[in-house]
Structure formats: structure tokens, C-alpha cells
Design a protein around this ligand. Structure first.
Ligand code: ZN
Length: 57
């Protein structure tokens, strides 16, 4: 079992933009730090990653 990657996102309006550790593309997520599923759904992205909200409310 591999460790879940952690990505620090940037805030764009009310959303988080995260640089995906699997496809290197940018994915959009709702605000808040937590575990998300990678939108690209590559064979390697099954466990998703933890996205960090840089400005938690
Ligand atoms: Zn991706």
C-alpha cells in the first residue's frame, strides 16, 4: 500500500485548484482540506489524494 499523496491547492473564487500528482493536470475541488478522488481516474489514481486548503475558513 502506497502513501496517499498530499497536494496544496490554490484558491480560485470558491473553489480549490489542485495540481494532480497522477496526471500533472489541474483539478477543481470544493473548499476544505480532505481526501478527494482524482478527476482523471487514471489506473494509478484509485486512492486519490489529500488536498490542502491554503486558507481554511
Ligand atoms: Zn489527474
Amino acid at each position: 500500500m502506497t502513501a496517499t499523496p498530499t497536494v496544496t491547492a490554490r484558491v480560485d473564487n470558491a473553489l480549490l485548484i489542485a495540481r494532480c500528482p497522477y496526471c500533472q493536470g489541474e483539478h477543481t475541488h470544493g473548499r476544505g482540506t480532505g481526501h478527494v478522488v482524482a478527476d482523471c481516474l487514471t489506473p494509478d489514481s484509485g486512492s486519490g489524494y489529500v488536498v490542502i486548503d491554503p486558507d481554511p475558513r
